[in-house]
Ligand binder design. Structure first.
Ligand SMILES: NC(=O)c1ccc[n+]([C@@H]2O[C@H](COP(=O)([O-])OP(=O)(O)OC[C@H]3O[C@@H](n4cnc5c(N)ncnc54)[C@H](OP(=O)(O)O)[C@@H]3O)[C@@H](O)[C@H]2O)c1
Length: 310
C-alpha cells in the first residue's frame, strides 16, 4: 500500500538548487500553494529575479559554507534538496554536495521531513541488469563528470549519518533521467541530432534508463516526504517504463525527421535501468507515457522542428 501524501499547502518549504533543470518547475508548482524558500548561490541576478517572479523567497547561500546557512529560517517544515555542483574540483564538490547536505540538515534539524535527491549514477555499471537499491555502488559517471558519482555517494552517506544522529525523518530518492518542458538528457540528444553530432552509446545495446517526467516527480514529492523516516528510506525514483537511448532518439527522429548518428564507445554511460518495485510499493507507479512526455517537451522547446504530419 502506498503511503498517504503529506499536505504541503500552507507549509514552509525549503527548496535548494531551485534554478536547476530539475527543481525549477518544482518551485513554480509549489510556490502557488506553499511558502517556498529557494536556496542557491545566486551569482546571476537574472536567476534571482526568475525565482522571485514565481513567488518564492530567495536565500543566497553556499551549502559548502555552513555559516551562510544562518539565513535559512529555523522553522522550515519540509526540505527538498536538489542542489548539486559538478565543478570537477573534488575538494569543493565534496564540501558542497556531501558536507553541504550535513550542513543543511543540521540547520533544518526540526523539519518534519527531509528529501534528498540522489542519482542512479551512484550504481556501478552492470550491463542491462535492473539495479535494485542494494546493487553495488560505483564511480559510474566518471568519464563526463569526474566528481559526480563519488559526491553523490558521499552525500547519501552524510545524509544518513545526520538523519540517524538527529532523528530527522529522511528520504533519499535516486533519480533516473528527469525531464520535461525545462529540458533533460533527450533534449541534448535532439540538439546533437540537429548539429549532426555523434551520440556516444555503450556497445552493450540498447542502453536502457527510466526517464521520469516532471509531472510525475512533482506529483510524487508529497509521497516521498511521507515515506521519510529517521532510519532513512532510500529508493530508486524513475519512470515505471524502461526506455533506451536508441528508442527515444528513434522517436525524436519520427517527430522531427532528424537522424541520430550513434557511435559505440565502451567508456560511454551504459544502461542504468532500475528496479522500480520499491518505488511502486511506497509511492505508486508513474503515469506519463514517455512518448507523450518527449512530444510535449519538443512542442514546448522546439516547436519549429516538429514535422507537420508527426
Ligand atoms: N539532470 C539530471 O539528468 C539528473 C539525473 C539524476 C539526478 N539528478 C539530481 O537532481 C538534482 C538536480 O539536478 P539538476 O540537473 O537540476 O542540477 P543543475 O541544473 O546543475 O542545478 C544545480 C542547482 O544547484 C545550485 N547549487 C550549485 N552549487 C550550490 C552550492 N554550493 N550551494 C547552493 N546551491 C548550489 C545551483 O544554483 P547556483 O549555481 O546559483 O548555486 C542550481 O540551482 C541533483 O541532485 C542531481 O544530482 C539530476
Amino acid at each position: 500500500m502506498p503511503v498517504q501524501p503529506v499536505d504541503l499547502s500552507g507549509s514552509k518549504l525549503l527548496i535548494t538548487g531551485p534554478t536547476g533543470q530539475v527543481a525549477l518547475p518544482v518551485v513554480e508548482h509549489f510556490a502557488q500553494i506553499a511558502d517556498v524558500h529557494a536556496l542557491a548561490r545566486f551569482n546571476k541576478a537574472e536567476d534571482r529575479q526568475k525565482i522571485e517572479a514565481m513567488g518564492a523567497s530567495v536565500i543566497a547561500a553556499d551549502l559548502a559554507d555552513a555559516e551562510s546557512l544562518a539565513a535559512v529560517p529555523e522553522d522550515i517544515d519540509y526540505v527538498l534538496n536538489f542542489a548539486v555542483v559538478k565543478s570537477g574540483d573534488f575538494e569543493y564538490d565534496l564540501a558542497a554536495n556531501a558536507e553541504g547536505v550535513g550542513n543543511l540538515m543540521m540547520r533544518c534539524a526540526r523539519a518534519r521531513a527531509f528529501l534528498h535527491f540522489s542519482s542512479t549514477a551512484v550504481y556501478e555499471y552492470a550491463g542491462q541488469a535492473l539495479r535494485t537499491e542494494s546493487s553495488p555502488l560505483g564511480d559510474n559517471h566518471r568519464v563526463m563528470f569526474p566528481t559526480y558519482s563519488i559526491s553523490k555517494i558521499a552525500a547519501e552517506t552524510v545524509c544518513r549519518f545526520v538523519a540517524h544522529q538527529h532523528q530527522i525523518p529522511t528520504t533519499i530518492a535516486r533519480l533516473s533521467v528527469p525531464y520535461g518542458d525545462n529540458g533533460g538528457w533527450m533534449y541534448f540528444h535532439m540538439l546533437m541530432m540537429q548539429q549532426g553530432m555523434e551520440i556516444e552509446v555503450h556497445p552493450e545495446r540498447p542502453n536502457y534508463y527510466n526517464p521520469l517526467h516532471v509531472d510525475d516527480y512533482i506529483e510524487k514529492i508529497p509521497y516521498l516526504l511521507a515515506a521519510a523516516t529517521p532510519e532513512v528510506t532510500t529508493l530508486n525514483f524513475g519512470g515505471s517504463e524502461k526506455v533506451s537511448i536508441e528508442e527515444w532518439c528513434a522517436y525524436i527522429s519520427e517527430l522531427t525527421g532528424l537522424e541520430p548518428r550513434f557511435c559505440e564507445n565502451t567508456k560511454a554511460f551504459g544502461s542504468l535501468a532500475i528496479d522500480t518495485s520499491k518505488m511502486e510499493e511506497l509511492i505508486g507507479p508513474t503515469r506519463v507515457d514517455w512518448r507523450e512526455g518527449i512530444r510535449r517537451q519538443l512542442e514546448h522547446l522546439a516547436p519549429e522542428l516538429l514535422r507537420r504530419d508527426a
